[in-house]
Each structure stands twice: as structure tokens, then as C-alpha cells.
Design a binder for this molecule. Structure first.
Ligand code: ADP
Ligand code: MG
Length: 315
């Protein structure tokens, strides 16, 4: 668990605080995404956790231990840190990059080699093909995969990610976000991610925290944030197309009702309601047949419309 208690940071010469009396708890094994306009204090918040920046006031604890009492170098070895683009050592092979922390911790060579291969496998890079390459012989997406493999190598319970997919092209980005999100969840890591990509926040966050001027404006589950923005700032930030974003987070199985739709196109119950809506629009239909283990079901345009309704607090 990561906990911020009344944490503030005011950089010398700045007109206001970068982080202003922040209270935030990230429970064990969950992913929290910080989002907000440029300069609102997201990266500063992240860097306070691994003591790249020291607070003026307040306390940060990891698993109940005050980070101020831990030697910063030891602290950082126990925290995975993923940065946009830059983070990899350009003159070292992929394997040596991934091995960084295990080497610092003095693991035996055979254990390190096995761990490197396991981590590359985990992030979808064939070790035989990639372990000896240099970072400049990789695509942006592959480099970020290596960055994640390196952050996970010594199995730290806490992972910090600052705009981890910012340098990845938009096509590869969506897949990377989904894959890495699944891996972090499966490993039960406690994760704090900074992004300005609202879709990334919605996809990866158990909780999304919208910041402005160093303060939390709203912290909520992705669906709740989309359904009930606390004020016009949040609403404008999550965007006018938030109904579509919300539909992309819901599956057909949650909205399907028993029934049959003769001749209607069929959609999988695992598809999103956004997919269902596109299929309806493309085929000029108001009902689709649902393929799944639950027997004959349909999903209707009315149901999709209700699911996408925004502006009201969910019960
Ligand atoms: P974000 O990541 O949300 O874009 P940052 O946390 O990087 O924002 O920055 C918050 C504010 O603190 C900004 O006004 C920024 O200019 C300032 N700031 C960040 N780091 C430093 C620093 N090392 N020295 C002085 N000011 C800084
Ligand atoms: Mg930043």
C-alpha cells in the first residue's frame, strides 16, 4: 500500500505549490492513475514516493513504513520505475538493462540469466531474439516492454510509471496498455501511473485521480468518473465523448437480456458495448443476437443507450 498524508511540495521560486496537502491511499495490489493538465503536479507526486524529491510537509508510507526513514538507494531498488522513452541504458544489451537491479542486488549469474529470460517472455519479447540487442534496434513499443521487464526484474511490490507509453505510436499503444495492465494485475503489484491520456487512465486504473494545481479534484473508479464528473473541469477533462468511453468499459454480457433476434448479426458476450453500438450502426439494427454460454440472449439499442447515459450519479 502507498499512502500520502498531507503531503506538500513547493519548489523555490514557484508561484504556488506543485503538490498541495495531498491525501491519497493506493491499496495493495491496485492500480491508481494520476491524470490532469500539464504542470498539475503528477510527476512530482510520483517522484516523492522514491525520494527523487523530498516533501516540505506530510508523510508518505509504503506498506506502513515512512519512506523518509529508508535509505533512498535501498528504497529505489525496492520500487520498479518506468519512464517515457529515456530510462534504458543505450550502450547495454536488452538483457543487461533488464538485469540492472538483480545485478545491484548481487544475484548469482545463472539466476539473473533465468530471470531476464522469464521477464522478456512475460512482456511478449522472445528472449532468443531480443536479449542481445541494443535498445536502438527496437521499436518504441518494444523499448517500453523492456522498460517494464526491467522494472519487474527484482519483483518489487510497488511500480511507478511516468507516461510509460507516451513515446509509443497510437496503434501499438492500446495493445501495450491492455497487455501491461493485465500483467500488473496478475502479479498483484501496487501501481501508480502518471498519464495525460484519458483512455489509458480508463483502461489501466482501478482508480483514477484527477489533479489540478497540486490538489485532487476527483478520485473515483473509471466508470464512476465518466458517469458522474464532480464539476465542469472534470467533465471537460474526461471529454464530450465520455459516453463512448463508458461503453468501451462495459461488456455485452452485462447488458444482454434473454430473447432471440432472428437474422440479426451475432456479437460475442465478451465484446464491449462500444463494439455492439458500431455493429448496430453499421448494420442499421436495433438488436443483436448474443453468442455466449448463457443461452439465447439479445442486446438492444435501448439497453446500450441506458448503459452509456452520463451525468447522473450511479446508485
Ligand atoms: P506534471 O507531471 O503534472 O506535468 P510536474 O509535477 O512535473 O507536473 O510539475 C508541477 C509543477 O512543479 C510545475 O509548475 C513544474 O514547473 C514545477 N516543477 C517540477 N519539477 C520541478 C523542479 N525540479 N524544480 C522546480 N520546479 C519544478
Ligand atoms: Mg509529468
Amino acid at each position: 500500500m502507498i499512502r500520502f498524508e498531507g503531503v506538500s511540495k513547493h519548489f523555490a521560486g514557484a508561484p504556488g505549490p506543485a503538490v498541495d496537502r495531498l491525501d491519497l491511499t493506493i491499496p495493495e495490489g491496485t492500480t491508481c492513475v494520476l491524470i490532469g493538465p500539464s504542470g498539475c503536479g503528477k510527476s512530482t507526486t510520483l517522484r516523492l514516493v522514491n525520494r527523487l524529491i523530498e516533501p516540505d510537509a506530510g508523510r508518505i508510507t509504503l506498506g506502513g513504513h515512512d519512506v523518509a526513514a529508508v535509505d533512498p538507494i535501498a528504497l529505489r531498488r525496492g520500487i520498479g520505475y518506468v519512464l517515457q522513452g529515456i530510462g534504458l541504458f543505450p550502450h547495454r544489451s536488452v538483457a543487461r538493462n533488464v538485469a540492472t537491479v538483480p545485478e545491484l542486488l548481487g544475484w548469482p549469474k545463472t539466476r539473473i540469466a533465468a530471470r531476464v529470460d522469464a521477464m522478456l517472455d512475460l512482456v511478449g519479447l522472445d528472449p532468443a531474439l531480443y536479449r542481445d540487442r541494443r535498445p536502438d534496434a527496437l521499436s518504441g513499443g518494444q523499448r517500453q516492454r523492456v522498460g517494464v521487464a526491467r522494472a519487474l526484474a527484482a519483483d518489487p511490490p510497488v511500480i511507478l510509471m511516468d507516461e510509460p507509453f507516451g513515446a509509443v505510436d497510437p496503434v501499438a499503444r492500446g495493445r501495450l496498455q491492455a497487455e501491461i495492465g493485465t500483467i500488473l494485475k496478475r502479479l498483484s503489484k501496487t501501481v501508480l501511473i502518471v498519464t495525460h491520456d484519458i483512455d489509458e487512465a480508463m483502461l489501466m486504473g482501478d482508480r483514477v485521480v484527477l489533479m489540478r494545481a497540486g490538489r485532487v479534484v476527483q478520485a473515483d473508479a473509471p466508470q464512476a468518473l465518466l458517469a458522474a464528473p464532480a464539476d465542469p473541469f472534470v467533465a471537460s477533462f474526461v471529454g464530450e465523448d465520455r459516453a463512448l468511453r463508458r461503453l468501451a468499459l462495459l461488456t455485452v454480457s452485462e447488458t444482454a437480456e434473454p430473447g432471440t433476434a432472428a437474422d440479426a448479426p451475432e456479437i460475442a458476450d465478451t465484446a464491449t458495448l462500444r463494439d455492439a453500438l458500431s455493429m448496430m450502426l453499421a448494420g442499421g439494427r436495433t438488436r443483436l443476437a448474443v453468442a455466449g454460454p448463457a443461452g439465447p440472449h439479445v442486446v438492444t439499442l435501448d439497453a446500450v443507450r441506458r448503459a452509456g447515459a452520463v451525468g447522473k450519479r450511479e446508485a
